[in-house]
Design a protein around this ligand. Sequence first.
Ligand SMILES: [Zn+2]
Length: 207
Amino acid sequence: MSAVFIIGKSIENGQPLHVRDASNGLSCNCICYECEQKLEAVQGKRDWYFRHYNKSACKGNNETALHNYAKLLLCQNTFIQSKKKIINYTNPSLETVTDKYRSDVSVKYNDSILHFEIVVRNKLTSEKINYYKKNKINCIKIDLSSRILLSAEPKDIRDAVIEDKKNKDFIQWNEDENCNWLIACGLFIASLFVLNGLLRGRHKIKK
Ligand SMILES: [Zn+2]
């Protein structure tokens, strides 16, 4: 049997399209991520998949397809879950270049830039990790290396990209420092009030 995939590249808009969201047969209007030849959507009673329309030895590129699909999900969404909290963001954009590095998706978060790095097959290099840390640039890694995702339903892929907390790692995160400062300032002001109250209390007693 020739290679089959769950995500093709739409000819219409160049975006990844899951076979569950595609039209049947050639009208899916998709090409292969590897060889860019036409795909057809096979939507049977049990299995749904894409295959090359013409006979081909190409094995496709499921990892690249999933990577692109995840980027699209992040761009269409406005939040992700993480181990710390829900992160609400705006202004997603693809492949922002910072110095010599390119992140998968960058978004606006709390008046600063947050980068998402999606890992399907290629790990993040230590140089890139160090770059984020050294320059204190917020970055979250989303691990999609589980092989199950290469043949998963749209909902399961979305869950992994957006909802799953365990597969998110903070490569660099600045907000906690600000939070600590806010908490410290809050405590300082509160202690001033308490001190003031105590002094006034003493004053009254003296009177
Ligand atoms: Zn191909």
